[in-house]
Every structure is written in structure tokens, then in C-alpha cells.
Design a protein. Structure first.
Ligand code: DAH
Length: 363
């Protein structure tokens, strides 16, 4: 390479090293390779070079041109990586800053109720168990002591799935959309050894639709199994729960004898209320509101769950989450819960950061 080309190359290298940003880099590129750049001028002058030197000179110039282009690219990569480092430093997120509450994202009242249940029953030592929405009819009915011909199977207005689903259950069982959360009792019993203390909140389905019924709704199931669990534990547990959930310390709670196939004895539970000017007030009053069903787990249900009824006993309960949510907030109609009307959600939703906690208050 001739001296002038060597110099041009060195100058370019120096200028590139000195270019501190993309604008500086571009200035160097223009000064060397631009229309009036030094290298462009040399290429243009090629015609004036004597014919016998032209080929060699031309080759050298083109080589240098490629080299300069490569040097510019290399410097560009370095500058880009510096720029990225600088940005990452400047834009670092301070995760210790308190979050900005967003008025857009709200917690649905049913989710809030589930959170509250988890808090209240969690304090009583319950953990949360889950089961699938699509359940086999053995767990949904048979294992819960609801025999084949029992009218409850129709009363429940069950959504049955087609008999033959790929990968479906063996003969004799059908899949259903679970009609209650009670099959999770069976799953909990089969899934772990007693003692057990679980609540099972979740979606349930029945073919029913009016102001107080939706084909998809929510329930929570409770199950306690131990060696010496009695009806007294059942009463204490549910009275404490209802008083905490409704935020009424002296809430009257009444247990009425009832019947469920999966419990013996069974009871329905009412809470005290009054109606003033058509307005429902929960607390001591002249009226009662039915809230939930419960009882001592039937020995056949324990056996279906693989638990020896001579060694273990326990209680169970189940209730509708829409119902207790509607009662707590005085909502007259169930349908808007699932209509996704943003105005309803804005009105009845809960701030995302205002989590339910026993410490800050549930009710
Ligand atoms: N599974 C019942 C229903 O859907 C509710 C229920 C009642 C659950 C009594 C229980 C119970 O665990 O003991 O109507």
C-alpha cells in the first residue's frame, strides 16, 4: 500500500477511535466514503493515474474501501453496545418503589370472597385443595353416597359429557361438569392420608338460569377428618367463619336438621337477619337466612375415599359463593357477576392491592 493510502487508513482509524457516538461515526464515514470523502476523491482520481499503475492502484483503493467499511462496522458495534449499557444503567427499575395503584385492574367480588375464605379458614389451619371442573360421575355422585337411581342426579340438572371421549374414563363412568365441589372431598381423601383439613373453592355447573341461578357458579367445600372430630367442632368452625366473614361479632347462627346423602347427621345453617324498609340487614333480627349445608361425613363416603370409618371421622360443609357474596354486599341479581359489564365491575370490584387479610379486616 502506498504511503498516502496508509496515512488515510491510519487517520481513519484514529478518527473512528475518537468518534464517541453514532453522529461522530457518521461524520467519519462521510469524510472518508461520502461523495466528497477522501477515499472517494482518490477513486475518482483513478482515471488520471498512468495506465500501467492503474490496475494496482485500483485494487489497493478497493481493498482499502472494504477495510474502512469493516472498521466503521466494528466501531458501530462497540458504540451500540456502549449505548445499550448506558441505557440499561439509566433505566434501571427500582423494585423497592411502592406500586402505583391502577384504577383499571380490579378484583372480581367472587375472587375477593375466595381470598377472604382462604384467610379465615387458613387461620383455622385449613389448606386449599383443588379438583377439575370436568369430573367423573363416580366422584361427583357415587362415592358421595348418591346411588345411580337417586333423584339428586336429575335434581342437580347435571351437564353430562358425551359417553365416549378420546382418552375418557373406563366403562361404567361418565364425565360430568361437576355439580358441586363435594367431589374434591373424595380427591382429598384419596390423595393424602388423614388427618385432613381442607377447603375447596371452585367453579360448579348446573343447567339452571335465572336471577339467582347461573349455569356456572362457585362453591366452597370444607372437609375435616381426624380421630375425634365431633359435631361440636363443626359448629365452632362454622360459627367462627360466619361471624368473621359477615363482620358481625354476635351474629346469630342456627343449625337445622336436614338431609344430604354424604353426611349423617346433616344440618342446614341459617344466620340471623332483619329487613328494614325492604333492606336486608345481617345480624340479630326477627328473620333467618339459609347459608350452607353441612354434616358429619357419612361412613360410606369415608370408605369410598379409602379411609377406615372405624378409625376416623369428620365433618364437611358446602356453600355457594355467589350467594354469600350477594348477601354481604346487598346484590339483588346474580347474572351481572358473569356478564363482564365494566361498569358493574368498576362499582363492585376491589382494588388490586387492597388484599383481604385478617389483620386489616375482612368485612
Ligand atoms: N354439595 C351440596 C350442594 O351442592 C352442599 C353440601 C351440603 C356440601 C352438605 C357438603 C355438605 O359437604 O356436608 O348442595
Amino acid at each position: 500500500m502506498t504511503d498516502d493510502l496508509n496515512r488515510l487508513r491510519q487517520d481513519t482509524e484514529q478518527a473512528l477511535a475518537a468518534a464517541a457516538d453514532m453522529a461522530g461515526l457518521e461524520a467519519v464515514r462521510v469524510a472518508v466514503l461520502g461523495r466528497n470523502g477522501r477515499l472517494t476523491a482518490l477513486l475518482k482520481g483513478l482515471g488520471a493515474v498512468p495506465a500501467e499503475q492503474r490496475k494496482e492502484r485500483g485494487g489497493a483503493l478497493n481493498l482499502l474501501k472494504d477495510e474502512v467499511a469493516a472498521l466503521i462496522e466494528a466501531r458501530k458495534a462497540v458504540l451500540e453496545s456502549h449505548a445499550l449499557d448506558a441505557r440499561l444503567k439509566a433505566e434501571r427499575v427500582d423494585v423497592t418503589l411502592p406500586a402505583r395503584p391502577s384504577p383499571e385492574g380490579l378484583i372480581h367480588p367472587i375472587s375477593r370472597t375466595i381470598e377472604e375464605l382462604v384467610q379465615i379458614f387458613g387461620a383455622q389451619g385449613f389448606s386449599v385443595a383443588e379438583g377439575p371442573d370436568i369430573e367423573d360421575d363416580w366422584k361427583n355422585f357415587t362415592a358421595l353416597n348418591i346411588p345411580e337411581d337417586h333423584p339428586a342426579r336429575q335434581e342437580h340438572d347435571t351437564f353430562y359429557l358425551p359417553r365416549r371421549l378420546p382418552g375418557g374414563p373406563q366403562q361404567g363412568t361418565r364425565m360430568v361438569l361437576r355439580t358441586h365441589t363435594s367431589p374434591v372431598q373424595i380427591r382429598a381423601m384419596l390423595g393424602s392420608k388423614p388427618p385432613l383439613r381442607v377447603i375447596c373453592p371452585g367453579r360448579t355447573y348446573r343447567s339452571d338460569h335465572d336471577a339467582t341461578h347461573s349455569p356456572m357458579f362457585h362453591q366452597v367445600e370444607g372437609l375435616v377428618i381426624d380421630r375425634d372430630i365431633t359435631m361440636a367442632h363443626l359448629k365452632g368452625c362454622l360459627v367462627d367463619f360466619l361471624r368473621a366473614y359477615f363482620g358481625v361479632e354476635d351474629l346469630p347462627v342456627r343449625f337445622r336438621p336436614s338431609f344430604f346423602p354424604f353426611t349423617e347427621p346433616s344440618a342446614e345453617v341459617d344466620i340471623g337477619c332483619s329487613r328494614k324498609d325492604g333492606q336486608l340487614v345481617i345480624g340479630a333480627g326477627q328473620d333467618w337466612l339459609e347459608i350452607l349445608g353441612c354434616g358429619m361425613v357419612h361412613p360410606r363416603v369415608l370408605a369410598a375415599g379409602g379411609i377406615d370409618p372405624n378409625e376416623w371421622q369428620g365433618f364437611a360443609f358446602g356453600m355457594g359463593l355467589e350467594r354469600i357474596t350477594m348477601l354481604k354486599y346487598g346484590l339483588p341479581d346474580l347474572r351481572p357477576f358473569f356478564e363482564s359489564d365494566i361498569r358493574w365491575l368498576r362499582h363492585y370490584g376491589f382494588a388490586a392491592l387492597d388484599a383481604a387479610s385478617l389483620a386489616t379486616g375482612i368485612a
